[in-house]
Design a protein around this ligand. Structure first.
Ligand code: HEC
Length: 411
């Protein structure tokens, strides 16, 4: 039998793997170039038109790099471009967004207690918000390309705070955090795709035609890549936050996300100053620690006290609840899983439902059907170390029930 849940799981594993690889390649190359750029030296031996040079040693060889601010006087024969790192990250990230949040909208994207959206509405808001982000960002940068760049960054920070609040008003907590990450990352990829690359192509065309390229392109690219530099670390935090309910499952999640952007700036500032040989501004680490502690505190102070409303039984969950063997599975899950996977876990040392997975009520169990099947039926991932002594026969009952529901649809 074709087990769609297993195929599905492997498709998401492949997409996630690809996404992490492309993100590493992108961030790695962009951090490298930022450090290179800041470390350039102006020496007497520079070739004509060159702006600075750097000597580096790596992997058993020495590298001698020269930077030309706008362009060299002739077009080099071989030119290596850096763009697929960025495009690949965005594309694989979008695939993940579709796989996890659009196709799993009922579980992960929509929280009826936040806003009772239809799936198509939630997906439309998600896509429109990403496009909106780029349009607003690009407009701010274009208008203020010659203005005080610190003021521009503050304006962008205002946009990000507004968006983090907006997302928490329409989506589930974890989807809100992830969307803020996707919003920011789309701006970063947009910078490469819509601005830096087209401008670079104009410069290359000018060179080929023997024209002198306009210096403004270098200035624009610099503004955009500085933004990308400061936005990178917060994006990674927001993407990882999905695995930590303390970050997203609090009413202050939008404030936490906003503070994360400040931490991104404080950490990068230290490295930027260092690479530019302007000393070691250690105070930035003190600021980062204060921000981090503030975030940790915010995540716990206003713990949600009101009881979670009973989860809605809708869509595929109805099918699982109606499938033969459901009553027995509810008994098994309540006996073997709910000591940990509860709003108030009774298992020593477990303070909140692990990964936010609640398995107490029939509705919750029906909604998590495919995850129960995968974690405790097909694989022995749960219970961890079989702490609650689930029997092989009980795992078989979970598998039979899930398959009896006859649905290959994992969400
Ligand atoms: C002793 C406590 C405990 C028990 C009992 C337990 N779990 Fe878990 N569960 C955890 C922890 C801890 C995690 C988080 C694991 C991690 O961080 O990767 C988890 C994670 C999960 C996840 C999310 C996995 C993911 O990465 O998406 C599912 C689904 C799950 N458990 C289902 C079950 C089921 C079904 C049972 C009963 C058969 C069960 N658990 C029993 C502690 C428990």
């Amino acid at each position: 039998m074709t087990d769609w849940v297993v195929i599905w799981e492997w498709v998401t594993i492949a997409a996630r793997w690809l996404h992490v690889i492309t993100a590493m390649a992108w961030i790695g190359s962009s951090f490298y170039f930022i450090a290179l750029d800041l470390g350039l030296r102006q020496t007497a031996s520079l070739p004509p038109l060159a702006y600075g040079e750097e000597w580096q040693v790596h992997g058993g060889g020495f590298y001698h790099v020269n930077k030309y601010l706008v362009a060299p006087d002739a077009m080099p024969d071989h030119l290596t471009w850096f763009k697929w790192e960025s495009y690949g990250t965005w594309l694989s990230g979008f695939v993940m967004l579709v796989l996890v949040y659009y196709l799993g909208a009922e579980l992960f994207l929509i929280d009826p207690t936040v806003m009772d959206l239809a799936i198509w509405q939630a997906v439309a808001i998600s896509m429109a918000s990403l496009a909106f982000g780029w349009i607003v960002y690009d407009a701010i940068c274009r208008v203020f390309v010659n203005a005080n760049q610190t003021a521009v960054m503050l304006a962008l920070f205002g946009v990000l705070v507004g968006m983090s609040w907006f997302y928490t008003q329409v989506f589930s907590g974890r989807a809100a955090m992830l969307h803020l990450g996707a919003f920011t990352a789309s701006i970063m990829s947009g910078n490469v795709f819509f601005t830096i690359m087209p401008n670079q192509r104009i410069v290359v065309a000018d060179l080929k035609a023997g024209r002198k390229p306009d210096a403004k392109y270098g200035q624009i690219a610099k503004q955009r890549s500085m933004h990308n530099n400061y936005l990178t670390l917060p994006v990674i935090f927001l993407m990882l936050s999905n695995h930590y309910p303390l970050v997203f499952a609090t009413p202050w999640n939008w404030l936490i996300a906003s503070l994360v952007f400040l931490m991104g700036v404080s950490i990068r500032h230290w490295f930027n100053q260092r690479h530019a040989r302007k000393g070691n501004p250690h105070w930035t680490w003190a600021l980062t620690v204060v921000l981090f502690l503030l975030i940790a505190w915010l995540s716990t102070v206003p713990m949600r006290t009101e009881p979670e409303p009973e989860a809605r039984l809708a869509g595929p969950a109805l099918v699982y609840a109606a499938a033969p063997g459901f009553a027995e599975v509810v008994g098994i899950v309540q006996g073997r899983c709910s000591m940990c996977h509860a709003a108030v876990p009774s298992w020593e040392g477990v303070h909140a439902a692990p990964k936010g997975v609640l398995l107490e009520t029939e509705a919750q169990i029906a909604r998590e059907a495919w995850r129960i099947y995968l974690q405790a039926g097909l694989s022995h991932a749960m219970p961890p170390g079989n702490r609650s002594f689930i029997e092989p026969g009980e795992r078989a009952q979970i598998v039979d029930w899930f398959r009896a529901a006859g649905s290959g649809d994992p969400v």
